[in-house]
Design a protein around this ligand. Structure first.
Ligand SMILES: NC(=O)c1ccc[n+]([C@@H]2O[C@H](COP(=O)([O-])OP(=O)(O)OC[C@H]3O[C@@H](n4cnc5c(N)ncnc54)[C@H](O)[C@@H]3O)[C@@H](O)[C@H]2O)c1
Length: 283
């Protein structure tokens, strides 16, 4: 398989949330392609263990791996991360703003959880874009910025409005970023929105000790991401073992139809629209 030109032997990937799940699977995949990796995470112990696992797979040995513990919601720490990567490897070809957290939050309660989710999920990605993008353009090398969103930021299901907002914000951030990058002269950087389906990672394991059959493994998300990056697709919306690409596309269309057709908000979950939604999905 051909890869996106940023994903190539000797190139450098920076991954936040790299101690676990999708970030760790990406780090393992990138080292298998002889890339140098900066793994960043809040979880110091997890990062140490994950860094050792990735170093064991790395043909260049531990010197090709940089592990940085940080909180992505803190902008000076993210700027410091950029400085360390540039000092160590001299370039950045892939930036994955992937760190994320999901906490219980009612729509008008759990204020602290709202703040944490918006600070980590949304501000974490904004901080990454702010700290890295100008340097990634200036270095004049093929590069990409991949922000991890969620289907919850597109169809906004009821249950965790704060998480939905954080991921809807990432969608808007990444769309605007890609527009501006493609209108920047001599820019070799592209942006992509990675939208995993249901994936068996740390944040899911916390609630479900065994992998449900409907979930994908993080390695499947990373393989799918590389395939879509190779085709230079912007929206990388992963299916899982329950939801196909076609079902996702119809759910997205139904959600947009709420606005265009002046239906009630989130009509997919409104009792008066159950039959109409089911009929639409059957069409
Ligand atoms: N697992 C799913 O089903 C699913 C679905 C859609 C989107 N996502 C998104 O995928 C991304 C990766 O999550 P995952 O599923 O691999 O879960 P995970 O819990 O395995 O990994 C998330 C990592 O982010 C780190 N992290 C949390 N807060 C941080 C902070 N403030 N600073 C730095 N690192 C921090 C955690 O320590 C952890 O290692 C997240 O953005 C998540 O919202 C996951």
């Amino acid at each position: 398989m051909n890869n996106h030109p940023a994903i190539a032997s000797g190139n450098v990937a920076v991954i936040t949330g790299a101690a676990s799940g999708i970030g760790l699977a990406a780090a393992k995949k990138f080292v298998s392609l002889d890339m140098k990796i900066c793994m960043a995470d809040l979880d110091e112990m997890g990062l140490e263990k994950a860094g050792a696992e990735v170093a064991a797979l790395c043909s260049g040995g531990a010197t090709d791996i940089l592990a940085v513990s940080l909180d992505v919601s803190d902008f000076p720490s993210v700027e410091n991360l950029k400085g360390k990567v540039m000092q160590t490897f001299g370039q950045v070809n892939v930036l994955m703003n992937n760190a994320g957290t999901s906490l219980r939050a009612g729509t008008w309660s759990d204020f602290q959880h709202w703040q944490t989710m918006l600070n980590v999920n949304l501000w974490g990605a904004i901080n990454g874009v702010q700290a890295f993008t100008a340097d990634m353009i200036a270095q004049g090398l093929p590069a990409c910025i991949i922000n991890t969103g969620s289907k919850q930021g597109i169809t906004c299901p009821p249950g965790n409005t704060a998480y939905n907002i954080s991921k809807a914000g990432i969608k808007a951030l990444t769309e605007g970023l890609q527009h501006d990058l493609r209108n920047t002269e001599d820019c070799q950087v592209s942006a992509h929105l990675l939208v995993p389906g249901f994936t068996y990672t740390g944040m899911v394991k916390a609630h479900l000790p065994e992998k449900p059959p409907t979930a994908w493994l993080p390695e499947q998300v990373v393989e799918y991401m590389l395939e879509k990056l190779a085709d230079n697709e912007f929206y990388i919306i992963c299916p899982d073992n329950d939801v196909s690409e076609e079902v996702d596309a119809k759910r997205i269309l139904w959600g947009a139809g709420d606005l265009a057709n002046k239906r009630p908000a989130l009509s997919r979950w409104h009792p008066d629209y159950q039959q109409a939604f089911a009929d639409f999905m059957e069409e």
